[in-house]
Design a binder for this molecule. Structure first.
Ligand code: ZN
Length: 157
């Protein structure tokens, strides 16, 4: 048995030889992948929020809201982004000054249903339509979301 190290992500011990080293810290391989994915999803969420509110950086209030939603509701970062996209892009609601991102808990479940539905539609389109006619589908205004969320398992949000 090699030297024991503590994974910074799950805080469990592991054998250093089996760990993934990143910036002098030793992760379980799965933990690193999860951590890395969360990091990406966080960046995507924040960049969407900044774009939405035309800001260079999110406010402290927004960061606190995100943290609270993660702790209190166990929301995923990607799920929050999709909830905001659903509310503003799909439903066409405009941004309310000073409201922050407090809308998320009110639309999270609806957004989830919406995207699950979309991915089912896309699946059935993929299964039944020959490649050539799929060009028509690209014209759909919702296509961008479906292609974007296709990479993640929406049911896990
Ligand atoms: Zn771990």
């Amino acid at each position: 048995m090699g030297r024991q190290v503590k994974c910074p992500y799950c805080e469990r011990k592991l054998d250093k030889d089996e760990s993934y080293e990143y910036k002098k810290r030793y992760y379980h391989v799965e933990c690193f992948e999860e951590w890395n994915q969360e990091k990406t999803h966080r960046e995507e969420l924040l960049s969407y929020v900044c774009n939405l509110y035309k800001m260079d950086a999110p406010t402290g209030m927004m960061l606190k809201q995100i943290k609270d939603f993660q702790t209190d509701y166990k929301y995923k970062l990607k799920g929050m982004e999709l909830a905001l996209r659903y509310f503003h892009d799909t439903l066409g609601n405009s941004v309310v000054e000073g409201a922050g991102i407090g809308i998320i808990p009110f639309v999270y479940e609806d957004a989830k249903k919406h995207y699950i539905q979309l991915s089912k539609v896309e699946e059935s389109v993929e299964n039944t339509t020959p490649k050539k006619t799929r060009v028509v589908e690209v014209q759909s205004p919702t296509f961008n979301y479906t292609s974007k969320i296709h990479k993640i398992d929406i049911t896990s949000l």
